[in-house]
Design a protein around this ligand. Sequence first.
Ligand code: NAD
Length: 373
Amino acid sequence: MKIGILKENQPEQRVALLPESVKALIKLKVEVLLEKGAGNLAYTFDPEYIDAGAIIVERNNVLSDSDILVFINPLGAEEIQKINSSKILMGAMNPFGNIEVVKELVAKNITSFSLELVPRTSRAQSMDILSSMATVAGYRAVLDAALHLPRFFPMFMSAAGTIKPAKVLILGAGVAGLQAIAVARKLGAVVEVFDVRSAVKEEVKSLGGKFIEVEGAVEDAAAGGYAVEQTDEFKQKQADLIDQHAQTSHVVICTAQIPGRKAPLLLKKETVKAMKSGSVIIDLAASSGGNCELTINGEIAKVEGVTIIGKSDYPSDMPYDASAMYAKNMFNFLKLIINDTGELDLNFDDEIVKGTCLTHKGEVINERVKAVL
Ligand code: NAD
């Protein structure tokens, strides 16, 4: 069986598999094809892949000769049209934001796996690209905020006087939010945190953040640990509290999301306008609508002295380690579907294989995507 690594379209800088994972795949008796130069922007070059055992070819040959095509961002509808339906596609297909491509895959009878759909269970943790990429995003978001802020993060006592520490407000304490708390604390900031899931309270505290509780949050065990839509009364209470805390903060990091839905609106424009001049907002939820009303996805906006950075693609800015984490997750999933002789072995009785499968035999398989369709 042949696995083909495709080169991403710019500005994406990551690559789906690095040479270490190629070597491990070859040990599983699989051949690996690499589109020429696919790792260049992740600072990993063709000779390193050749040393690991990959064969370097042009894109057309990867597309025609591979049994499994691996990538990060989904292929466009035009390219999917040209692909033979015996191929298996595997990447971050962004199914909730890309319903047209899902329909295209169904119509063409293509089997596809979307690694964002890997179940959030302990057994599947080593395949969880959402956690890996959120770790990178939370880390980079804090560093970016520190660079844009016209103040220090830590407290300084010097001959030139005492400088107070910056105050950072984090909205959402999932994987990205927890990472952001840890980095902001390491840089010496005072950190406050909002989340609708009370389960994160202890984690926030153990990282040195202060958890601000809003009473009356709706939590649903059936949502698999994810946040669910809140009542209007809760939203109003939360908005008032966020408004108060944002006005005394220097940085707000927005990470709150609800899978498959528009991100909750948590920072109203009136709140932003009342914030201290020079403050910085980083909105990691920008691509799903943003937590801040004034966010423009992919842009840096300035409103009454407040810098608002709408950025959901931090992992691409740290392409080496982001690719390394993605590649490890991808390899661990591939191991599940390759048998001892290096051939494909799809076991749909395995909840990880079934849960991660987006389309198969002309049907949408993942239940959450099916529900949205
Ligand atoms: P996410 O990206 O879906 O959301 C980020 C955070 O925003 C979440 O903590 C969510 O509760 C919060 N949020 C949503 N709406 C909000 C609102 N209105 N106000 C404030 N906060 C709001 O989250 P994620 O990082 O993908 O993690 C989601 C869940 O998956 C968590 O329960 C996490 O512990 C769990 N998880 C499990 C595993 C595993 O077991 N393999 C791995 C990673 C994450």
